[in-house]
Write a protein that binds this ligand. Structure first.
Ligand code: GLA
Length: 730
């Protein structure tokens, strides 16, 4: 039996290698328009990463780069492995670590072949095959390059043809080796309502690990995004900087190791925490993509590269439009009925936004969802609140002339629900241990295909029964406690299988409803990552909608994500004037969550005018290039500008972020990205009714002037937020 299996797997391995071009070249450059990483095959067929940085003009010279660096001793000779195995000669932090079917723990990976396929003008895919010389164990490394955007996605495929299961103790997506004098890490931490707080420090020797073990709401304390500046901390427009992120909506782990040669070893992938992954013979584990971009002109360019890439390649419907909306969450919470919702539909129309979004509380009958303690999982309209069903609201929306959207939290269950009673085995919990809740709820076991079907059907039935439904807000309010699946053959595969199960569902939804708008929400920003964003048109950055807080939060997200994806709602959080709140929410996808009926006449008129103004420039915010002009951490006035591709139309937001005496824009703010030779008109827009701008707009300024001297938006305590339109006149 054993020998048959070996023969099958050898045949299998042979087949896979067919068609792959055996390259005689021992230097393998992987290039984008401005950057390169260079792999080199060593004398014993080990694969090194000898260069990472600015692209060379002459690619023949990549052969020479290896020789320019101090090579270290024989024991540090493998620090730069392109994918570090463990248990053989390499003693550095591994990218992969295994126990073979026979119990042996050693792995060595030798270069076999590589190929590069051009997918289109912009995109190419290089794959490299590595094999263990002794065991039928192979890893294929993938590097997908986006030439124009200077973005790379890197991942691995792991396969084994042994006589039994192989345990993967670590199974990274990517392993980079970066040379530099010093490395400055900017990471982000947070919690509910305090998402995305940056922290910068110089990396010291040893390993710094960024990770998550929360399972579902994985990014609650630390999202999988980071920056590394080389040689010195980068500024907005200067310095060599790498932005990285793992496209994975679950536990991740990013190791940043400063080694004995003072170089940076970066290993990123799924977190191996409680996840000794069991890989059966001839099955393939495809790891999630590690995404990165490199800029030699600081953070601004790195962000624009990622934002452009996201709109063009990753974010669902990234180049389309979006709906402005009115949400009822903070107006009604769980307390509403059909009449109330109909009046909110009229308010939606009155306000002038596109869509009404019905939030939590519309479902559950045996255990009505009148609070967050019951009903989650029972996705039938509550007959008391909605006696004529969701369809009645949808029809009323149609009659009112607005679109209609709905909130769901399909991965979760309240113990007080019919779902929990019917399917206790669908719930993630430890048999024999007390249940532990976050927001009174538990997580459904998406590793189970039946649960995947159930979750898919929640969305599918809503869309079949309510064909006019135009939007879904998908929430996720609990982390995973007591990780255990009644369905899993191998418990230690659960965390990985959960996320793959979630992606199966989201993939099915996307393939049936390709451009359907969906908001990714997780009790705020507990799940903002590029793995999820391929299935969502936008994300909810934070439940904290205090506009002052939001300036910081949105600013930090903007390092990695485009404005079109940022769902910003105007609420009654914070002490700032309505204009300030709206101006901040305009820096992304505008929505409202305020009781419209309580607005006085001037406020209502202002909201209506603001929405009209926003409709006039939203295209620039959504699809233009973003320039951060002044950050809120170091300045009294934060300023962000968006400019269309043709550099003819822009919008510039300025906010006072310091309430101390005399805090104001004392100096002009230098604009960026304009055409130096063009003349521009700068005009204040979105003024509150009855106020007059202090800005003189009768003359024009050259792009050169605006970028060299700048423009003073005249922000002060009396004018705490100022929006300027920038229009080319000649
Ligand atoms: C989460 C979301 C909120 C709202 C509530 C509803 O907390 O972040 O926006 O939808 O759930 O329960």
């Amino acid at each position: 039996m054993g020998s048959i299996r070996i023969r099958i797997s050898l045949f299998f391995f042979g087949l896979i290698t067919l068609g792959i071009k055996n390259s005689s070249a021992q230097t393998i450059p992987i290039e984008t328009s401005n950057t390169a990483m260079v792999l080199q095959v060593g004398t014993h067929k080990e694969l090194h990463m000898v260069y990472f940085g600015k692209r060379l003009h002459n690619s023949d010279e990549y052969d020479l780069v290896g020789g320019q660096y101090h090579q270290g001793t024989d024991y540090s000779g493998m620090a730069d492995a392109a994918y570090t195995p463990s248990g053989s000669q390499n003693l550095f932090e591994p990218a992969i670590s295994v126990s073979h079917a026979d119990g042996n723990n050693s792995l060595d990976l030798k270069f076999v072949s590589y190929q590069t396929k051009k997918i289109n003008e912009d995109v190419a895919l290089t794959s490299l095959l590595l094999k263990d010389p002794i065991y039928p164990f192979r890893v294929t490394l993938f590097y997908k390059t986006y030439f124009k955007e200077n973005v790379v996605e890197q991942w691995s495929e792991i396969q084994q043809g042994e006589k039994g299961n192989v345990i993967l103790h670590k199974f990274a997506s990517a392993n980079l080796y970066i040379k530099g004098k010093s490395f400055w890490l900017t990471q982000f931490h947070g919690d509910w309502a305090k998402e995305m707080q940056p922290e910068t420090s110089e990396l010291t020797h040893g390993i710094k690990t960024l990770d998550s073990k929360l399972g579902t709401r994985a990014d609650l304390f630390q999202p999988p995004v980071f920056m590394v500046s080389l040689d010195k901390p980068s500024s907005e427009d200067e310095g060599d900087i790498l932005y990285g992120s793992l496209e994975w909506s679950g536990n991740y782990r990013i190791d940043l190791e400063l080694d004995n040669l003072n170089n940076l070893r970066l290993i990123a992938g799924i977190n191996n925490y409680a996840s000794n992954y069991v890989l059966e013979p001839n099955k393939v584990l495809t790891t999630p993509k590690f995404l990165y971009t490199f800029s030699t002109q600081g953070k601004g360019l790195a962000s624009r590269q990622l934002q452009t890439w996201a709109r063009d390649y990753q974010l669902k419907d990234g180049n389309a439009g979006r709906y402005t909306l009115l949400n009822n969450w903070e107006t009604t919470y769980f307390d509403f009925n059909e009449d109330k919702l109909k009046s909110l539909l009229s308010d939606t129309k009155k306000l002038g936004v596109d869509l009404f979004l019905l939030d939590d509380g519309w479902f559950g009958n045996m255990y009505p969802r009148d609070g967050d303690r019951s009903g989650l999982g029972d996705w039938q309209a509550n007959v008391k609140k909605l006696p004529n069903g969701i369809i009645a609201i949808e029809k009323a929306a149609e009659k009112t002339g607005v679109k209609f959207g709905i909130w769901i939290e399909p991965e979760m269950v309240n113990p007080k629900s019919e779902l929990y009673e019917r399917h206790p085995d669908w719930v993630v919990k430890q048999p024999g241990r007390p249940e532990h809740y976050m927001r009174n709820q538990l997580v459904l076991d998406l590793s189970n295909p039946q649960v995947q079907n159930f979750v898919f059907n929640i969305v599918d039935s809503l869309l079949i029964q309510n064909p006019g439904l135009a939007y879904i807000k998908w929430d996720c309010n609990s982390v995973i406690f007591n990780a255990y699946s009644a369905n899993e053959k191998y418990q230690s595969n659960f965390y990985v299988d959960y996320v793959q199960g979630l992606y199966n569902v989201l993939k099915r939804i996307k393939s049936k409803y390709p451009n359907f708008p969906m908001m990714l929400c997780s009790g705020g920003g507990g799940r903002v990552d590029y793995g999820a964003l391929q299935y969502f048109t936008e994300y909810w950055p934070s439940d904290n909608t205090d506009p002052l807080e939001r300036i910081y939060i949105q600013f930090a997200y903007s390092y990695f994500y485009p404005a079109i994806a940022s769902a910003n709602h105007v609420t009654n959080w914070g002490k700032q004037p309505l204009k300030y709140r709206i101006d901040v929410a305009m820096m992304g996808k505008l929505g409202f969550d305020i009781p419209v009926e309580k607005l006085n006449k001037a406020d209502l008129t202002f909201c209506q005018n603001a929405i009209k103004a926003y409709n006039g420039f939203k295209d620039i915010v959504w699809h233009g290039n973003q320039y951060r002009l002044a950050n809120p951490w170091d300045n009294d006035v934060a300023a962000v500008m968006y400019l269309n591709e043709a550099k003819t139309k822009g919008v510039l937001f300025n906010y006072l972020v310091n309430n101390r005496y005399d805090a104001a824009s004392h100096l002009p703010i230098k604009l960026k990205g304009l055409d130096a030779g063009k003349q521009y008109k700068v005009k204040e827009i979105n003024l509150y009714p009855g106020t007059k701008s202090t800005i003189e707009d009768s003359r024009d300024y050259s792009g050169n002037f605006l970028m060299t001297v700048g423009f003073n938006p005249q922000v002060n305590a009396g004018r705490s937020s100022v929006v300027l339109s920038i229009m080319a006149v000649k």
